[in-house]
Design a protein around this ligand. Structure first.
Ligand SMILES: Cc1ncc(COP(=O)(O)O)c(C=O)c1O
Length: 341
């Protein structure tokens, strides 16, 4: 497959149209067969459930080229399951998990020329999503739905070197204790826009959200889970029912234990103990793991010993090992890598 002639290292993280996208419709109680189309527009009724009551959820995963030149995707079965969980919580019909994976594969194949070459650091971002497409006016679920997948190439996350982030503890809440924080609902992101714009204006890279009930426990940022490393090299991550179960975080915890032989623990983490940790990272599909250098908690500065220049040593090993697995440089646990072609 001839690749597109793009400046892969400088394409940035923005939407760029590719060849084909996948579309399936749910009507009269069942999903149709789905098609690939060149049409990048969506036409829906003015009163569609998504437009009135935000009935929509999505996923995010990546395709990339391995050292051997294969196009692969990372653990799409977990995205399929998480999307099914999101759909159920929002009273939307589940797009069957097997079909989800097939549709992702089909869409990536149709856009193979946009999968960046090995070594460029760029990847093909894959965005599955679904929404209520039929009209509603009373507050209730729509009758009809559309499931779509588009792809867009994105540049290397750590272009020009890794720079540790500065976070601020937010006075806003991201998710209620029995709300929708554990699913990937568009509404969770709409409400995070104001806090992130404010945080950026104040000079911070991201918000650290605390649990809404007690405001004492660490939850996550608007788009990533936390990993901390204790001074005795234990990798810990917050346990909470209101954070998104990050696939990268789950993978990194496995890598820490099984590949690096480190002790790992998922438990409640109090904001007061964060000052005693050695390293802090944000994990998610986009960056794998981004180092955090500093957190400002209402005037109190928490500076990690790993500093503001580079990743801490454990964070770096975690990043290296997971990207080696993804790029086919070391053997992956069974079922983690889906080869497309
Ligand atoms: C709120 C939130 N938390 C965590 C993550 C990281 O999840 P994953 O590792 O599955 O990309 C994301 C990004 O998808 C997110 O939006």
């Amino acid at each position: 497959m001839e690749k597109k002639n793009l400046d892969w290292e400088n394409i940035g993280f923005a939407y760029r149209e590719t060849n084909k996208r996948y579309v399936a419709n749910f009507k009269d109680g069942s999903w149709d067969n789905g098609i690939l189309t060149e049409d990048d527009t969506v036409v829906i009724n003015e009163s569609a459930g998504v437009l009135q009551y935000a009935q929509t959820c999505f996923e995010g995963l990546k395709a990339y080229t391995t050292e051997k030149g294969q196009i692969v995707i990372f653990r799409p079965d977990l995205n399929a399951k998480r999307m099914a969980d999101s759909a159920e919580r929002l009273e939307m019909p589940v797009f069957p998990e097997e079909r989800f994976i097939e549709a992702v594969v089909e869409t990536v194949k149709a856009n193979a020329e946009y999968v960046p070459p090995y070594g460029s650091g760029a990847t093909l971002y894959i965005r599955p999503y679904m929404f209520g497409s039929s009209p509603v006016i009373g507050v209730k679920p729509a009758q009809e739905y559309q499931f779509r997948i588009f792809t867009t190439p994105v540049g290397p996350y750590f272009k020009g070197g890794v720079k540790p982030l500065t976070l601020c503890v937010s006075d806003f809440d991201r998710a209620a204790p029995h709300g929708t924080g554990h699913i990937k609902a568009g509404l969770n992101y709409a409400m995070s826009l104001h806090p992130i714009v404010e945080a950026h204006k104040a000079g911070f890279d991201e918000n650290m959200y605390l649990d809404a009930a007690t405001r004492t426990k660490v939850e996550e940022t608007g788009g990533a889970n936390f990993l901390f490393v204790t001074k005795d090299n234990k990798v810990i991550t917050p346990k909470s029912n209101s954070i998104l179960p990050s696939i990268t975080r789950r993978s990194l915890m496995y890598v820490a234990k099984e590949y690096l032989g480190l002790e790992v623990e998922e438990r409640e983490i109090h904001i007061d103990e964060v000052k005693d940790f050695a390293e802090c990272g944000l994990c998610g599909t986009a960056a794998v793991i981004s180092p955090v250098g500093k957190i400002i908690n209402h005037g109190e500065e928490i500076c990690f010993p790993s500093g503001m220049e580079e990743m801490g040593p454990i964070t770096k090993k975690l990043y290296q090992t997971l990207t080696d697995i993804q790029m086919g440089r070391i053997e992956a646990p069974e079922g983690w890598i889906k080869v497309i072609e």
